[in-house]
Ligand binder design. Structure first.
Ligand SMILES: *Cc1c(COP(=O)(O)O)cnc(C)c1O
Length: 223
């Protein structure tokens, strides 16, 4: 087995207090997840509903699952019974569906709005203006079974760490703008989810509170 335990501790040693690790376990087997679990890791992220459906029943019940991928509205009902956080909410429609399905299970699901800041056109997410529009609309205020906890974003896939830094700082500054305008009195709005295996040291410098790391812990994914 890839040395999951050693890698996990190496990553954790690099994270300052106040930055949580979401261990991204997509495409990795349950034994890898359990290896990290045995070292105390409890937050795991997956990006495919079908994969979660197989993994969740077979793994410890106190794992906190985050959905990190692009989520289709017709899949929400499957994850609503157990998912702790949906990290990549990119439309009001999706937010409303999560609320509706969470209500059926008498739960509250934490959500992050995904920001599209990277230059690549392939990335999902809300542009800053679309996000401003969504918040200004105010319909989200009616939703009782979701909590908007902050933002997630993926920086451009590039070796140019200055570009990555610029993009993450745009997200960090936008967080401050929105925090002040809409969530100043809401301690739940506190999360900035950026940073992956290749760029998390930069993310930490850009005020990340939550890094999503797969490869650096579990090794290369076998698709
Ligand atoms: C797969 C994935 C990650 C983890 O990427 P690594 O480079 O393996 O650390 C983080 N965030 C999202 C949204 C992902 O899909």
């Amino acid at each position: 087995m890839f040395d999951v335990k050693k890698n996990l501790h190496q990553v954790l040693d690099n994270l300052p207090a106040g930055v949580r690790l979401v261990a991204i376990s997509k495409y990795h087997p349950n034994e890898y997840i359990l290896a990290a679990y045995e070292e105390g890791q409890r937050v795991f992220g997956e990006s495919h509903e079908q994969e979660l459906r197989q993994k969740v029943p077979a793994l410890p019940k106190d794992i906190e699952w985050h959905f990190i991928g692009h989520l289709q509205t017709n899949k929400v009902k499957y994850i609503a019974p157990y998912i702790t956080m949906v990290e990549a909410v990119d439309s009001l429609k999706l937010l409303k569906e999560i609320d509706k399905q969470a209500a059926k299970h008498n739960r509250t699901i934490k959500c992050l709005l995904e920001l599209h800041i990277a230059e690549e056109s392939t990335k999902y997410g809300l542009t800053l203006d679309a996000c401003r529009q969504l918040l200004a609309d105010g319909e989200w205020r009616q939703l009782q079974h979701v909590q908007i906890c902050g933002f997630m974003m993926m920086a451009s896939f590039t070796d140019d760490m200055e570009q990555v830094r610029r993009e993450m700082m745009v997200a960090a500054d936008f967080f401050d703008e929105v925090k002040e305008k809409y969530f100043a009195d809401d301690p739940v709005f506190c999360e900035r989810s950026w940073g992956m295996s290749d760029d998390y040291p930069v993310a930490v410098e850009c005020r990340s509170t939550m890094v999503r790391i797969g490869t650096a812990i579990f090794g290369p994914r076998v698709y």
